[in-house]
Design a binder for this molecule. Structure first.
Ligand code: TRP
Length: 330
């Protein structure tokens, strides 16, 4: 270690990332690598909790995810980027934690019923799906981190992680620090139609979005309902475009936009043109790095192999101490 506080976080591999992922979580990870000892991983076992019927697809999603991480600015020289399933220590800790975790804690986890209902067609009455938060607790606690940067949706899982840590500390002796959440401040970026941005809604802009398709998507975005005609004044607070400008357009230009919208001195088309320009400027360097990485097919594998090895080393040391604590060293 390097005297810096440690952070750990993961993402399930579900395909290429979009702007919602970037502004919701990834941007935060990228900022943290400056000041923390960072471990970021692909939660491929977690993907199995819902994709167990078709496990062969998951491997292909991993490079798609990691290429976006690195293209967006995660630097494998400054943080450990690895695959959950290649650090078997997560699995042993998961088993140990499962021994102390009451089933009732898992059944009352709000995400459990929500996701099971949402994916009703998938038959999620499995042992593995119920234990999702226990595996997540193992992913985190194995590194004994200070913080876990996550989106709002993961807070119930993080709370369970702390409860499990407390239970281990109470039963077996003080071992795990209770990790805190590091929430991203960014406002939620709406999708093109105003709902939450999600690939399954078809309302997202990918980090690797083709720039011609970007232009089309922006011009089709829903704007403020008040502006039925060009001379009707609008309100940026009610417009779906404005959260994008808040993230991507410099303050001076943004004030112009507000003024133009409130006074109806310019149209939504002008606003969209500016947004297309801002998004293009934002995505171009990411896509240049992405293409450079994809031009060296072995590179992502090397990054992950090196990360797996570093993560394994850190995980092994902590697991060894825990085994000593519970007299499981033979
Ligand atoms: N459950 C997280 C998600 O769906 C992914 C995840 C798995 C995770 N293990 C983790 C996040 C550990 C943070 C820490 O996004």
């Amino acid at each position: 270690m390097n005297g810096k506080d440690r952070v750990v976080s993961g993402m399930r591999p579900t395909g290429p990332l979009h702007l919602g992922h970037y502004f919701g979580v990834l941007r935060n990870w990228i900022a943290l690598q400056e000041d923390y000892d960072c471990f970021f991983f692909v939660a491929d076992w977690h993907a199995l909790t819902t994709e167990y019927a078709d496990p062969r697809r998951i491997k292909g999603f991993i490079p798609e995810l990691v290429v976006d991480w690195v293209a967006a600015g995660l630097d494998p020289e400054r943080c450990v980027i690895f695959r959950q399933s290649q650090v078997k220590e997560h699995m042993e800790l998961h088993l140990l934690l499962s021994m102390v975790t009451p089933v009732s804690w898992l059944e009352r986890c709000p995400t459990y019923k929500e996701v099971a209902a949402e994916l009703a067609a998938k038959e999620l009455n499995t042992y593995g799906f119920l234990g999702y938060p226990v595996l997540m607790a193992a992913d985190i606690l194995i590194y004994r981190p200070k913080f876990v940067p996550v989106g709002q949706d993961q807070l119930p899982h993080l709370e369970l992680t702390r409860e499990i840590a407390r239970r281990v500390n109470y039963l077996w002796g003080d071992f795990f620090p209770e990790p805190g959440a590091l929430l991203t401040e960014a406002p939620k970026l709406p999708g093109l139609d105003g709902r939450k941005m999600s690939k399954s809604y078809g309302n997202s802009i990918a980090l690797g979005e083709d720039l011609a398709s970007l232009k089309k998507k922006v011009s089709g975005m829903l704007t403020c309902a008040k502006r039925a005609r060009l001379k009707d004044p609008g309100d940026p607070k009610e417009c779906n475009l404005f959260p994008y400008h808040e993230l991507l357009t410099p303050l001076g230009k943004r004030e112009e936009i507000i003024e133009g919208c409130l006074s109806a001195s310019w149209g939504c088309g002008d606003c969209k043109k500016l947004l297309t320009e801002a998004l293009t400027a934002f995505l171009e360097p990411i896509q240049a790095r992405r293409n450079a990485l994809l031009a060296h097919p072995g590179r992502l594998g090397e990054i992950l192999d090196a990360g797996d090895a570093k993560a394994r080393e850190a995980a092994r040391a902590n697991l060894e101490s825990l085994r000593e604590l519970i007299n499981f060293v033979f």
